[in-house]
Design a protein around this ligand. Sequence first.
Ligand code: GAP
Length: 510
Amino acid sequence: MDFKSLVSHCKEYGFIYQSSELYDGLAAVYDYGPNGVELKNNIKAYWWKSMVQMHDNIVGIDSAIFMHPKIWKASGHVDAFNDPLVDNKDSKKRYRADQLIEEYCDKIEAKIKKDVVKAAKKFGDDFDEAQFRSTNGRIVERQAKIDQTLDRMNKALSSEDMEDLKLLIEECEIACPVSGTKNWTDVRQFNLMFNTQLGNISGEEGKLYLRPETAQGIFVNFLNVQKTSRQKLPFGIAQIGKAFRNEIVARQFIFRMREFEQMEMQFFVRPGTEMEFYEAWKAKRMAWHEALGTSPDKLRFHNHENLAHYANAAVDIEFEFPFGFKELEGIHSRTDFDLSQHQEYSGRKVQYFDPELNENYVPYVVETSLGCDRMFLAVMSLALQEEELTNDKGQVSTRVVMKLPKAIAPIKVAVLPLLKNDEHLVKTAKDLLGEFKKHTTTQYDEKDAIGRRYRRQDAIGTPYCVTIDHQTLEDGTVTLRDRDTLEQQRLSKEEAISIVLKETDLANLM
Ligand code: GAP
């Protein structure tokens, strides 16, 4: 399904609303509706269970959003958490310079893809894409242009050479998408942190930041957690929580938000062993995505060329969103940068005593950082499908169905009495509903024909529907309908409960 349909489905079925819609909306801020919050909580539960509950050497915390302002000086965010911005003087629109350049390269890539598709059609089964890309003169030239441009951009970003970024925009003859002119201001760095003020302290002293990552709450609690949980290295601290960034280019729905949620884990290791754990976490995190049923060709690793100020190695797990492959999760080897900085800025020792080596040192850190909202978007975009169905009489119809992994579906089972004005059917349905409610998320629906009720559940991804009919009153059996296979089985109520609970258990994903 295309991206526009996905966005409107999210609204129509209570997954995601634009924030402050009543007041014409607040850009890049979104609210989760009744089905959205259930799905999001289930994604978080899947992450928490597999990262914390399934690992003896990972513990969780929930640190505050407000932190001492010195923390952000120490972490480098005050000085280095910037985006390079450029304004078009005619349209007065502001852009991220690196994104303008990347979009320019995307357009060249689109031209290459067009040629590849054309050639594939022409040569049929004999077509060898890799060979075509490496030998076709026009493609080789275009690819070289992309590589040179991105290489120069990355160098300019790493060395904070804003003049060269502007020159690159001019040399590529990039025009403003709104005014169409190439009348650009200089490129300037813009800090992404939101700030606010403590009530009882005026001026710079009382300036507070809304955290731009949850990770620092973990770093500054390293000693507390290590001592109180008596963990030995290597061990991890995990946390799920809100983060805030004053994103300038905030587009693509919940992909880039100003207020979002992160699921982060810092794994503390002995210095010198970090690459071994970095590789191990890369593999584990990819396996976590695949365990959810995401096909491997929708996921890929992308190594960072332009390393963040704290990292000595970094990779993204990219997912093929409806608008192309983009970052879903980051895995970073953060060295001892953060803990050393906090040691220096706080004036306190932030070290670990290693009983095996009989020495104190600042641990190294491997971080896994997944955006909860991006994960939500990835899950939704994979699940939402329009499917053609043919019935026994050969009649074809279409249904919109969300083939969510059963364990994370917002509603696990819908209970449907065949008729709403038969009090025996309604009572039996409500009794069964009460049984399900003790264990899982449910919905009761008695309105409209049964087929329409099934479609409503399909559209929100409910894996099972249980229908109560007159036979139920006679022999206690119900019909259990499976969302994906459309199979309907006649079973006892106990069997139906047991199947639903077993098949929707998060344990199936572990
Ligand atoms: N502690 C490391 C860190 O914050 P990051 O790559 O800046 O690294 C980690 O962010 C993840 O957070 C990203 O992979 C993405 O999933 C999510 N994320 C970052 N900025 C976001 C935004 N503006 N909106 C939604 N998700 C975002």
